[in-house]
Design a protein around this ligand. Structure first.
Ligand code: FE2
Length: 199
């Protein structure tokens, strides 16, 4: 997948993108979610990542049996974030919007040549510092199961409705850097807190 800096627009939307995100919590991001819009080698890679061999590897790695890849690319696929784009800390949507299966495993592959740390790392509530024309490029895949163990659900009750992406604002700081931020489940619904004031 070559880089085409001239095709990355200021708002982060790229030609051929199926979705362009321009929200306070997720911005300057494009996604491609249909394999017929992808190049041949990318399609071959996705085929492997959804194969029996790789799915079995993930089951062994995670200890979660009967994982299902998603041929529909709901929320997954190719992601591009332009310079200045950011993605707030969040909990992912937990049920497949089409078939209500339970989302259990995420796989991300980052495809950026020469990407020094100062451009911004993989989780990025801080805006990307990459030079204009360089997009943070990633492949995302999500794997599902039909139901999940009750101890993974609030009050051991998994019967509730699924939720969409739950963005969280850090408490005690304007922005949250990865190494100062942690999840705190002790005060009602989970929040992300920092002990370090930033800016
Ligand atoms: Fe996510």
């Amino acid at each position: 997948m070559g880089e085409h800096p001239e095709s990355i627009l200021k708002d982060g939307c790229i030609p051929g993108a199926e979705r362009c995100f321009d929200l306070p919590e997720e911005n300057k991001k494009s996604s491609i979610n249909t394999d017929e819009r992808m190049g041949t080698y990318t399609r071959i890679l996705f085929s492997f990542l959804k194969s029996n061999t790789f799915t079995k590897f993930l089951e062994d790695l995670s200890g979660i049996p009967n994982l299902l890849p998603d041929p529909h690319f709901r929320g997954s696929g190719l992601h591009f974030t332009a310079t200045g784009g950011s993605l707030d800390i969040h909990a992912d949507f937990n049920r497949h919007p089409g078939n209500n299966l339970d989302r259990c495993v995420n796989v991300f592959i980052y495809l950026n040549d020469h990407w020094p740390e100062e451009y911004g790392d993989h989780g990025h509530p801080e805006p990307s510092q990459a030079p204009d024309g360089r997009a943070r490029r990633s492949i995302a895949l999500y794997y599902y199961t039909n139901g999940r163990p009750s101890d993974e659900c609030l009050d051991n009750d998994c019967s509730g409705q699924g939720h969409s992406t739950l963005f969280q604002k850090p408490v005690g700081c304007e922005k949250c850097l990865d190494d100062t931020c942690r999840r705190d489940d002790t005060i009602g619904s989970p929040v992300w807190v920092s002990t370090t004031k930033i800016r």
